[in-house]
Structure formats: structure tokens, C-alpha cells
Design a protein around this ligand. Structure first.
Ligand SMILES: *Cc1c(COP(=O)(O)O)cnc(C)c1O
Length: 411
């Protein structure tokens, strides 16, 4: 490991190397936010926006169509339908897939609340299953067991958590055996790939988010990718109130259209996405090298041969080995000026929204993982030196863990 005079290493106990929480100099005196949004091509975007404004068509225009085509080409999937956001896209896909009657929709407890909310709004009822120890995506074996025990399940959902591709082959087999559609919350996965196949090609449909905390941004927005032409057609009607064009609506749809202005922003972010995803991967590899060998610390990583967008760079702590739990490490990093989040805590099965389901005690592994994760800053234009400095801040706090825990206990 190299010695950096500004940030120090884990080895010394000199004042310079002491964690900021114990009085050392903070790694980022000006602060380091979790995400930082930077428009990739401002001039190009302003030109596109001017074009939209000049056209007088602010919705239902050619820019949305073009975003759909470019996203479909990028994912090598036949159909992409743009929507106002990922949550609405999931609702409409689940509605189209026949979710109704408050039947169970099996999904991970370790996901963002919107996965469950979409199932609820579509007319289903979430049924939560465990996460895999390795990468915190849905555990296929646990999902299969709970699906088999469920009364008339309506669908299986899985989330590519942080951009890590799910166990797509196993999940498809399980969904087929149960006779239910498989729908992916791919909010984090625009640019991910499973064994070389772009995310977007799995299950009945995959739904992406283009909100500002994601890797490809439209301001607000979502994309549904599917190989099913009939589903794509239904979704085009569904996002427009269920109106096929003559105002004699076919079913209760939503206004879930993406505006032309948002599509213009989305196109700007889609250009160069593979390069930005590759850069994020290189930054995570840099972090992994800098933090290698720290007891009780690992990263949420995709399987060998898979590609993650690394929407988040997430640490998984073994508190007994590391000496601090995720909240204590978060407090120590805050003193360094480093912003963090516990993604996802509380897990959805523990949230007040779903207390009535009585599943709060049913996912012990997910509870433990949710209490172990800590997401640290990463963005597409971050440089390697910054990510190393974040890693060094984590590395140098560990040898002081007992002292840090005691100091935090006193505040
Ligand atoms: C952000 C997010 C969503 C919601 O996306 P919106 O576009 O904001 O509706 C859904 N699922 C996951 C896992 C997310 O992170």
C-alpha cells in the first residue's frame, strides 16, 4: 500500500492518521455528497431542449420515440416504452400481467419501497422473501419455497440491487414452474449485463428509473423494456389513461407519459452510458484494491462475468470483525465529511406501510444484511484519487474501532 501524506494509512497512530472523529484532520473538509449530478453534454442538451420548445410539442412527440429507440438499441431488446417514472412503469406492467385481487406478489424485502408500492397499487399484495448473502439480490431458493407455499400467487418480482444482475436463469425457472410472470425492478440496472446479455432482456419486462439518483437521468422518468410486442402495445395505451386513441378507454390506465422535455434530458444521459458504467466499475475496483484485507469489510459486487452499473458503491460490514456497525461507521465517515446512506434500511418488510402483512419477523437474513450495509459516495465523473481517499478514510478508521465506538458512545 502506498503512503499518502494527505490521507495517511491504517498503520500509523500519529495525529495525522487519526480518524477525524477522534480529532484527526477530516479527509474532505468541504464535504463529499453521496451523488453529484453533472449534465454530460450541456450544449447538446440546450440544443435539444430548444428543438422541443420550438416544435410546440411538449408531450407525445418524436423525442420520446427517439429515446425509446436508442434505449432499445443499447439494450438489444425489441421494445422500450418510456414512462413518467419507474414506479408507474412497474404498476402498469403488473396490471397488464394480471396482478389483481390482492393476490401475493413475491418480491425481496431488501429493495426500495417503490417495488412493493407498485404491486400494491396494481392490486396485488407484497409477499417478501430473503436476500442472498453474497450480493443482496433476491435469494432464488427462498423465493421458490415461499412462492410454492403462497395461495394463488400473481407474480414474481426481483430487483437488480445497486445494478447487480439477479440470478436470472434460476428466477425464470422458478417463475415458469409456478406459472407466474417475472417482472424486474431494474431501476438501478440501465447499463448492467448478466453473462453478457444486457439487463432489459429478462423476464416478462424490466423497468428502469431515470430519476436523478440513478446512473442515466431524465430529471424524472422510466423505461419499460420487453421482448413481448403485445405487452409493449398495451403499455403505450396504459400510459395514456388506457385510451387507444378514440377516448373510449379500454381499462383504467394512468397518465404515465414521459414529456418531450424529459426525453431530451434522457437522451443526453444515454449517450456515453457504457463508458460511464465502465468508469464506475473501474472506480469500484480501485476502492476494492485500496480497502482489501480490512477485517469485516466487503463490497456488494456482481458475479464474475456480469456487469453492474454500480448505481451504488455499497459496503457490507461484519460489525463484530470490523469493530463498528454501519451506523457507527456512518458517524465516523460523517466526521470525515463523507456522506453515506444505509441503502436499504429499513427493509420494506419492516416499514410501517406493510406492518399489516405481519411479515416483520420473517426475514432474519435480510434484517441482518440491512443492518450491515453502508453506501458511500460514487458518481460518474468522480476521479480515482477521490475514491481512494474515501477508501483510505474507511481503512484508517478500522484500527481505531474500539476508540471510535467509545467516543461515539459518549456523544
Ligand atoms: C429509484 C427506485 C425506484 C423508483 O424509481 P422512480 O423512477 O423514482 O419511480 C424503484 N425501485 C428502486 C429499486 C429504486 O431505487
Amino acid at each position: 500500500m502506498t503512503t499518502d501524506t494527505t490521507s495517511g494509512t491504517a498503520t500509523g497512530a500519529t495525529g495525522r492518521n487519526r480518524p477525524a472523529v477522534l480529532g484527526g484532520a477530516p479527509a474532505f473538509p468541504d464535504g463529499l455528497p453521496l451523488t453529484r449530478v453533472r449534465v454530460p453534454d450541456r450544449e447538446g442538451l440546450l440544443g435539444r431542449l430548444a428543438g422541443v420548445l420550438d416544435s410546440g410539442m411538449l408531450t407525445n412527440g418524436p423525442t420520446v420515440r427517439r429515446l425509446e429507440e436508442e434505449a432499445a438499441a443499447l439494450m438489444r431488446v425489441p421494445h422500450v416504452v418510456a414512462v413518467s417514472n419507474c414506479t408507474a412503469g412497474l404498476m402498469l406492467v403488473l396490471q397488464a400481467a394480471g396482478v389483481d385481487g390482492r393476490r401475493p406478489v413475491l418480491m425481496p424485502g431488501f429493495t426500495f419501497s417503490a417495488t412493493a408500492h407498485a404491486a400494491h397499487w396494481a392490486g396485488g399484495s407484497p409477499l417478501f422473501a430473503e436476500a442472498r448473502e453474497q450480493d443482496v439480490t433476491l435469494d432464488p431458493a427462498d423465493a421458490e419455497a415461499r412462492l410454492k407455499a403462497a395461495d394463488s400467487p400473481a407474480a414474481l418480482m426481483a430487483t437488480h440491487v445497486y445494478g447487480t444482475p439477479c440470478q436470472t436463469e434460476e428466477l425464470q425457472r422458478i417463475a415458469d414452474a409456478a406459472g407466474v410472470p417475472l417482472v424486474y425492478d431494474a431501476a438501478h440496472g440501465l447499463g448492467s449485463a448478466r453473462r453478457g446479455v444486457p439487463v432489459g432482456n429478462f423476464g416478462l419486462a424490466e423497468v428502469f428509473s431515470m430519476s436523478p439518483t440513478k446512473v442515466a437521468v431524465a430529471g424524472e422518468g422510466g423505461l419499460v423494456a420487453t421482448r413481448d410486442a403485445a405487452l409493449a402495445e398495451t403499455l403505450r395505451t396504459a400510459r395514456d389513461y388506457g385510451n387507444p386513441g378514440d377516448y373510449d378507454t379500454l381499462f383504467p390506465g394512468l397518465n404515465a407519459r414521459m414529456s418531450e422535455l424529459h426525453a431530451a434530458v434522457g437522451l443526453t444521459w444515454l449517450a456515453g452510458l457504457p463508458e460511464r458504467v465502465a468508469h464506475r466499475g473501474a472506480l469500484v475496483a480501485e476502492f476494492a484494491r485500496a480497502a482489501a484485507g480490512v477485517p469485516g469489510l466487503r463490497l456488494a459486487l456482481p458475479e464474475e462475468g456480469d456487469t453492474s452499473t454500480f448505481k451504488d458503491l455499497t459496503l457490507i460490514l461484519d460489525a463484530a470483525e470490523f469493530g463498528l456497525d454501519n451506523r457507527q461507521l456512518a458517524a465516523a465517515l460523517k466526521a470525515e465529511g463523507i456522506d453515506t446512506r444505509r441503502y436499504f434500511f429499513p427493509p420494506v418488510h419492516r416499514q410501517k406501510s406493510y406492518a399489516h402483512l405481519g411479515q416483520a419477523e420473517e426475514l432474519p437474513r435480510t434484517d441482518r444484511l440491512a443492518a450491515s450495509v453502508l453506501t458511500v459516495p460514487l458518481w460518474s465523473h468522480m476521479d480515482a484519487a477521490t475514491v481512494r481517499r474515501v477508501a483510505d478514510a474507511v481503512v484508517r478508521v478500522q484500527p481505531f474501532a474500539a476508540e471510535v465506538a467509545a467516543a461515539l458512545g459518549r456523544v
